[in-house]
Design a protein around this ligand. Structure first.
Ligand code: BQF
Length: 297
């Protein structure tokens, strides 16, 4: 079998065009333009790239945005004071603290200091908790984007065996929760694999849907997957490549060329899951402005 390509760039374009209309209708109805406040700590080059992508996405759909750039020496107290001022600012709809943070700062503490009603990344324990009990919530953008792709390509999830490789708070864990819940989008039998999993192949080989978010190039090889599996590669790894201007190229966590011969569907890197992540951030920011998740006050 040669896999069909899941074109995340295309679906993100369609989603962004729809969101732009929604934003314009919201503004035409007399409401303030949605506003996303981004917080960058330090100068991690990958973070700067991602914030650039998010800022351009905001401009494209008509969401106002501003980045508060703090030095990597900022104290936890100073950072939380900045976040508090954005929590209290009624013109700020969404707050996003770009991760990773410098090692002296606790991501848990910082995320918990964000008003959960403005937590457009969906990382606050309130929103994670609500996700696990099927209450309306800001959903983590990458898993939400993957479900949009399943929906767009009519890829069934119900009663499938889904295997998630990687158990991060940002992707693997919320993805597994969403797959496993008995709600409209989930109902998969779900396995989570992580660093401590013995014999990874014994799990991946039986996956109808394999979601890989481990951050390790070439972790998943063709021999590890079932013929006809749906393979979602969330990995974004920079590997040295002298033939490119930047001196590196982006690859996922899967051996794409070989797996393409065996899977039924596959996401490329770049242009697969990544663009959907950014589109879902725009969706969450509009939901925050509309107070769709937390309607009271
Ligand atoms: C694409 C991210 C690891 C650690 C922190 C488009 C993005 C990426 C790829 C993007 C990511 C990954 C983001 C593509 C945001 C996704 O064309 O394939 C967009 O901007 N992402 C992030 O903010 O922090 C990360 C990955």
């Amino acid at each position: 079998m040669s896999a069909k390509i899941i074109d995340g760039k295309k679906v993100a374009d369609i989603t962004m065009n729809l969101l732009k209309e929604d934003v314009e209708n919201w503004v035409k109805a007399g409401f303030r333009r949605p506003f996303l406040k981004v917080v960058q700590v330090g100068n991690d080059p990958a973070s700067t790239t991602y914030i650039g992508a998010k800022t351009r996405a905001c401009q494209r759909v008509g969401i106002d945005t501003d980045t508060a750039h703090l030095p990597d020496t900022v104290s936890a107290k100073e950072l939380k004071e900045a976040i508090k001022s954005f929590n209290e600012d009624p013109t700020v709809d969404g707050i996003l603290v770009q991760l990773p943070l410098p090692s002296h700062l606790s991501a848990h503490d910082v995320i918990e200091s964000i008003d959960h009603k403005k937590d457009v990344d969906g990382f606050h324990p309130m929103n994670v908790g609500r996700l696990t009990v099927d209450q309306p919530t800001f959903k983590s953008c990458t898993p939400a984007g993957i479900f949009e792709l399943f929906n767009y390509y009519s890829i069934p999830v119900k009663s499938k065996h889904a295997v998630v490789v990687g158990a991060s708070n940002i992707v693997g864990s919320p993805m597994a929760i969403m797959l496993s819940r008995e709600n409209a989008s989930g109902k998969a039998t779900t396995t989570i694999c992580h660093k401590f999993t013995k014999d990874l192949t014994s799990h991946t080989i039986s996956a109808d849907i394999l979601v890989v978010a481990a951050g390790q190039p070439n972790l998943i090889k063709a021999e590890m997957i079932k013929e006809g599996a749906v393979v979602i590669d969330v990995g974004i790894n920079r590997v040295a490549d002298e033939t490119t201007d930047k001196g590196y190229k982006l690859v996922g966590d899967c051996d794409y060329d070989a797996i393409k011969q065996k899977a039924s569907w596959i996401t490329p890197v770049p242009g697969g899951v990544g663009p959907m992540t950014v589109a879902m951030l725009m969706k969450n920011t509009l939901l925050a402005a509309k107070k769709s998740i937390y309607p009271l006050d």
